[in-house]
Design a protein around this ligand. Sequence first.
Ligand SMILES: C[S@@+](CC[C@H](N)C(=O)[O-])C[C@H]1O[C@@H](n2cnc3c(N)ncnc32)[C@H](O)[C@@H]1O
Length: 347
Amino acid sequence: FGFTPFLFFLLSLKLEKAAKGKLQKQICQVVLDHFEKQYTAELGDAWSRVRDVLTSPWCWQHAVLLNRFSPSPGLESSLAGQGYHPAFPAALPYLPAAFRCYSRAAPGRFPAQKHQPGRLKEYYLLNAASLLPVLALEVKDGERVLDLCAAPGGKSVAVLQCACPGYFHCNEYDDLRSRWLEQTIESFIPDPVINLITVSKLDGRQIGDLQPEFYDKVLVDAPCSNDRSWLFSADPQRAVLRLMQRKELSCLQFQLLRSAVEALRPGGSLVYSTCTLSRAENSDVINLILSSCSNVVPVDISGMARGVSQEFTFLSGMQQHELLVLPEKGRAWGPMYVAKLKKVSSS
Ligand SMILES: C[S@@+](CC[C@H](N)C(=O)[O-])C[C@H]1O[C@@H](n2cnc3c(N)ncnc32)[C@H](O)[C@@H]1O
C-alpha cells in the first residue's frame, strides 16, 4: 500500500480507460423514456440537467472516504496533489473530527484497493452524497445503532468513521450481499471494534417486532429504483419488468420504515434514504409514515443541507426534514434522498 504520485498516475490512466469502456455501455431507452416522463413532471426544468449527468458516465465523480482505523501517511498529500479537497466543511455541525472525506470537481476515480485478508483498507470510494444520510443520523459514542439494509456496507463503514457505537447491528436480507457486507466490514474495521458489530440476514421488516424499542438510531437505506444503474440496464426486458414492479418498492420501503420505527426507543431517531429521484419512493413514503404513526415527528435537516451547499445541489421546495441531491456537472453527486424522523413516544 505504498503511495507514490507516479503509481497513482499509472493507475488513474488505467481507470480512465476502464471508464471509457463503460461509456460504450448502452443507455436503456425504455428506462430513459420512462424517467423522462416521470421526472419532467416531478422535477421540471431540473430534470434535463440531471439527465445529462446520469447519461454521461464519463463525468461521474467519486469521493474518497479515509479509514480512520488504517491511517496512511502519504495518502492525504497524494490526494491534494491530484486536486482533491475536503468534501465537507470542517465547521459543519456534527462533523466528527476523525471523519475525513475528499472529493474533486474533475471526473474519474481514485484507484480502488483490493481486499487482502488480514489487511485493513485505507479508504473507501463512494458517491459523496451517500454520506449525507450517515451525517444526518448523528451517531454518538455508545449508542445502539441499527443499519437495517446494510450491504455492501459503505454506510456502515461511514458510521464507524463518525463514532463508536456501543452496539452496531448491520442487517442485510440477501444472502450473497450479506457476505459482501461481511467482507467490507472485515476490510475496514479492526478486531476490537468488530466485536461491537452484529451482522444478521433478517428480513428488515421483522426487526421491529424482534427488537422493539431497542435502538437509539436506525438507518433505513432502502432498496429502491437505482436511477443511475437502471439507465444502463443490459437487458431491456428485465428493465421493463422492473419498471412495472416499481410500485411494489414503495410498499416495501413503507414496511421497512414502520419496522424501523418499532425498533427505535422513544426519543430515538431514524434516517431514511434512497438513491432514486422518484417521489413515490421518497417524500410519499415519508408522508405516509408521518400520517400513519402519530408518535413520529419530522426532524429539521435544513441546517445540514445549507452547510454542505458548496458541494451539493439540492432540489428546491423540499420540506425541512428532507433533501434531494441532484447530480450536476462538476457536482455529479446523487441522486440521494434523505429524510430524518424522531420517535417521541412508545407505539
Ligand atoms: C440501497 S442498498 C443498501 C446500501 C448500503 N446501505 C450501503 O451503503 O452500502 C439496499 C439493500 O437492501 C437490501 N434489502 C432488500 N430487501 C430487504 C429487506 N426486506 N430487509 C433488509 N434488507 C433488504 C438489498 O439487498 C440491498 O442490499
